[in-house]
Design a protein around this ligand. Structure first.
Ligand SMILES: Cc1cc2nc3c(=O)[nH]c(=O)nc-3n(C[C@H](O)[C@H](O)[C@H](O)COP(=O)(O)OP(=O)(O)OC[C@H]3O[C@@H](n4cnc5c(N)ncnc54)[C@H](O)[C@@H]3O)c2cc1C
Length: 262
């Protein structure tokens, strides 16, 4: 096991695969890519229009209200991170929340049980990506869980529609309204990054081509992709499976060789 070794390249060879890190090359007959669905914090390009004096933080770097400069904050993004950060900040300062796409809200607990208990019992975590229901859920988008608009309104959060422009210290919203900002928290999600994978046939328009994690390239598998097979595929606590693959640690050791520079 190698810690702190980012794989920067993956190529196919006659014998299998070659993986490169900063100082080593690995060869392997089989590769499982389990790099997670949340690799690159995404900030919309219009953020570049904001003046350097505006404090900008992506939700992945947000730690606490105290870590931000004092004063009003604009939170951009109406997913779980945006709602939760807005709720926390609203306890001590004025907050506006810009929501580009509104997701349905669900309570964290229902009739004394955690929401995921219900979702599991109702079979919703096992709904497959290709099923009719699975496709509908994917098209509809995520749920906001445990916080909702009414609660935030009570806490004093002011809602704004989608942010459409940013120039200097002024941001403009889809309804034509605008305001000056000092601090912006971008709760605008993540993108996956598979640019280091240089194996023909694996990526199409940046997306992994696979069937339940099995790619068309023999020996190359993915694990933990969003909706890889079911809703639970990229969540903690649901069984991670690759279709039709049985790899034991011994088999992985036999199939892997490490080359260190002389
Ligand atoms: C804000 C947020 C909140 C979440 N809340 C929940 C929740 O409440 N419940 C829940 O079930 N799930 C939640 N999730 C999802 C949860 O994080 C994922 O389900 C889980 O982390 C996926 O595990 P993973 O091992 O597949 O990927 P990760 O945990 O993302 O691990 C991937 C690993 O791969 C490494 N890596 C990436 N690229 C390379 C490379 N090129 N070379 C080498 N290593 C690399 C990364 O450094 C990382 O260590 C949340 C995610 C986010 C972003």
């Amino acid at each position: 096991m190698e810690l702190n070794a980012r794989v920067s390249g993956l190529q196919r060879t006659d014998a299998g695969f070659r993986l490169s890190t900063a100082d080593r090359t690995y060869t392997a007959r089989q590769v499982i890519v389990a790099t997670g669905p949340f690799q690159i914090p995404f900030v919309p390009p219009l953020a570049a229009g904001l003046d350097g004096s505006v404090t900008q933080v992506h939700s992945s770097a947000y730690r606490s209200p105290e870590a931000l400069p004092e004063g009003p904050v604009l939170v951009v993004g109406g997913g779980n991170s945006g709602f939760q950060i807005a709720a926390e900040l609203a306890r001590t300062r004025p907050v506006e929340l810009s929501i580009g796409s509104a997701y349905p809200a669900l309570p964290q607990r229902l009739l004394g049980r955690d929401l995921f208990w219900w979702l599991t019992r109702l079979g919703l975590m096992r709904v497959t990506a290709e099923s009719r229901l699975g496709r509908r859920i994917q098209a509809r988008g995520e749920f906001v869980i445990g916080t909702d608009r009414r609660g935030l309104q009570r806490a004093g959060v002011r809602f704004r529609p989608r942010l459409v422009d940013a120039a200097g210290r002024t941001v403009r919203f889809a309804d034509g309204s605008s305001r000056e900002v000092d601090v912006v928290v971008w709760a605008t999600g993540y993108r996956s990054d598979h640019s280091w994978i240089d194996v023909p046939g694996v990526l199409r328009a940046g997306r992994v081509v696979h069937d339940r994690g099995v790619t068309e390239v023999p020996g190359l598998y993915f694990l933990g992709l969003s909706w890889q097979h079911t809703r639970g595929s990229a969540l903690l606590g649901w069984p991670l499976t690759i279709a039709a693959v049985a790899l034991t640690p011994a088999a992985v050791r036999r199939a892997t060789r490490v080359t260190r520079p002389a």
